[in-house]
Design a protein around this ligand. Structure first.
Ligand SMILES: [Zn+2]
Ligand SMILES: [Zn+2]
Length: 144
């Protein structure tokens, strides 16, 4: 929960108008531990702001993502979001069978980052990178 007050200040200094709807979207994402679906955010925003549509919630989430305030995780075919935790950054591995999410230390991608920069001069943006695949449990279930 900590840190989202400073995120609001930062957005304000960058000239974003933090409307009550935007603040409400941010509050909901910040109030959840773990990843919250965009539709779930919408359902909660509607309690306070009945006229907000899903497109507005999406736009707000994309704005917060661009500014690094939230991180996007694709689980199944749905977008999920969480507050970006600078002290505890992580990537995600999502199982395509059971939608289980495992977190991954950024150290795993550091080497890839460095090599892409060195060999291709390419500056990768892996902040919102999610690795799809099949978790160990589902692999075991398949082979039985
Ligand atoms: Zn996460
Ligand atoms: Zn699985």
């Amino acid at each position: 929960m900590s840190g989202h007050g400073s995120a609001v200040d930062r957005l304000r200094t960058q000239g974003y108008r933090m409307t009550p709807q935007r603040l409400s979207v941010l509050d909901i994402v910040a109030g959840k531990s773990g990843h919250v679906g965009a539709d779930e955010v919408w359902n909660q925003v509607k309690i306070q702001h009945p006229y907000v549509d899903l497109a507005t919630v999406y736009r707000t989430l994309q704005l917060l993502k661009r500014e690094g305030v939230v991180t996007e995780v694709v689980i199944g075919n749905k977008l999920h979001f969480e507050l970006t935790d600078q002290q505890n950054r992580h990537h995600h591995m999502v199982c395509s069978h059971c939608d289980a999410v495992q977190t991954l230390s950024p150290a795993y991608l550091d080497e890839l980052n460095r090599r892409l920069q060195r060999e291709f001069g390419f500056a990768p943006d892996v902040e919102n990178f999610t690795i799809g695949g099949v978790c160990s449990k589902c692999q075991t279930a398949e082979s039985e």
